[in-house]
Design a protein around this ligand. Sequence first.
Ligand code: ZN
Length: 231
Amino acid sequence: MSPRPRSEQGTLAREPELYGRSHLGNPLEVWRPSGVCRLLVFAAIHGDEGETTAALSRALRQLTAPSPHCAVVLASNPDGLIRGTRGNARSVELNRNFPSSDWQADPVLHRSTLDAPRDVALSPGDAPASEPETRALIQLIGELEPEAVVALHAPLACIDDPNDSDLGRWLAERTGLPLVPDVGYPTPGSFGTWGAEQGLPVVTYEFGLTTPDDAVREHVPVLVELLTRSV
Ligand SMILES: [Zn+2]
């Protein structure tokens, strides 16, 4: 696929479809592939990781045609993204709200910055899949039936792939990021844990601490390749 002329890359070439609404009523949008869906790539389930949305959008804007096999969700937590919060508008940590067997009701602690203590608390929700954004993503995956999912996060600078899959190894090789089997701490109710229980391989692609310009230089070419590769 030849890239779009640079002068046109400021705009998205195609309109997405709606796969649901957030708590605040914002659209949950998916750009569908032209062919059978093999892969889903989603960004910003943590609303404070907007660099993942910006990079994935830039990659999508370079395509002259829909991705052949890859569905794209630019903002899986749009309410968090517009408010700059990690959780959704109900202060729920969506990446602990998935109905995995290990889901826990305990507050989820996270770091405000990479070097800060893990002392900021969010709710994992009142119950598994209590949030509209969680339920919509589960329903979308049930409909698309992708063979794998790539979840974009920041800033842990790694490719987290418990399956040591070809896809994970390819991403590690292309990005130069280390391939790891887990992020080093328990993540009950996370999307990845839920996916594993569904037999759905999930690769977590964690950008590092980076400037917006460096994020574009480092990750957009990889994301373009990911969206355009045949498998
Ligand atoms: Zn994250």
